[in-house]
Design a protein around this ligand. Sequence first.
Ligand code: ATP
Ligand code: MG
Length: 300
Amino acid sequence: MIEIKGVSKSFGGVRALDNVSFTVRDGEIVGYVGLNGAGKTTTMRIAVGVLYPDSGDVLIDGLSIIRDKRRASMRVGWVPESPVFEPDARALDYMVYLAGYYGVSSSDARSMARRLLEEVGLGDAMHRRLKEYSYGMRKRFALAVSMMSNPSNYLFDEVLNGLDPQGIQFFRNLAVKLRGEGCTVLFSSHILSEVENLADRVVFIHRGRIVGEMSMEEVRGMATPSLLIKTDRVDEHLLEVLRAYGDVRVEGGAVIIGNPSGESSEIVDRLVGEGYKVVEVRRREASLEEVFFRIIGEKG
Ligand SMILES: Nc1ncnc2c1ncn2[C@@H]1O[C@H](COP(=O)(O)OP(=O)(O)OP(=O)(O)O)[C@@H](O)[C@H]1O
Ligand SMILES: [Mg+2]
C-alpha cells in the first residue's frame, strides 16, 4: 500500500505540490492524471525517496520513506519518466552490479538478472550495451531494475509514453499480473484515455493539488452524450423549452443539451412548432478528455 500524506514541495518560488494526499491500496491499479507540469513526477520522486518533501510523508506498506528510507524503498519499484543508465555498460553486467545494492549475493545476482531481463522481453539483448538500447528497451530495462527487490508497490511514470503497441500491451499485461498478485500500481499519464482500460481508479492532479479522485466507472459515467442544436435565434423562451429535455447551456451560438431525454426528431418538431428555424442538430459523445478538462476546471 502507498499512502501519500499531506505532501508539499516547492522549487524556488514554484509550489510544485500543495498538500497532496491519496492512497493506493493493495491489488489496485490507480491512474495519476494531470497536465504537463501538474506535479506527477515530483510526487513519484518523493514517494520513492529520491526527493524530500518540504512537509508531509509517504508510507510504503506503513513504513515512512523519510524515517525508514532503506526498508521502505526496498518495497517500492520505480520506472522513471526518462530512465538514465550507464551507457557503456552491458545490460546483464549492469543488473548484476545494481543487485549488489539490494544485498543479493553475486552468485544469485546473475541468475536473477537473467530471469528478470527475460521476463521483460530483453532476453536476446542482455549482452548489448545500454547505449544501443532504444527508448522502449530502456523502459523495459528500467522495469527489470525496478523488480529487483521484488517489491509489492510499483510507480510507473508515463510508462506507456513512446512505446509501440506491443510495448503498451506488455506493460498493461504486467500491471494486471501485478494487481493479481496483490501489488499496488500507480501509473501517471497526461492522457485520461490512456489509463481508461487499465486503471481501477483515477486520481487527478492539477497545479500541484489533487482535484478529483474517482473510480473509472464514475469517470465513464461523466462522459455523457449531448445534443447540439443551432437555431435561427437563441432567446430565453428557446432555453425554457429545451430545459424540458436535459441540462441546457449555450456554447458558441448553439444550444447544448447535456444527457438529453427524448429523440432529436421530437425536439426539432417541438422547436418548429414554437416558430424556430432549426439550422443544425448533432449528437456528440463526450470524450474522456472533455471529462478531464471538466474535472480540472479548465477549457481544453
Ligand atoms: N528539479 C526541479 N527544479 C525546479 N522546478 C521543478 C523541478 N522538478 C519539477 N519542477 C517544477 O515542478 C512542477 C511539477 O513538475 P513535474 O515534473 O512534477 O510535473 P509532471 O506532472 O510530471 O509533468 P509532465 O507531464 O510534463 O511530466 C513544474 O512546475 C516543474 O517546472
Ligand atoms: Mg512528469
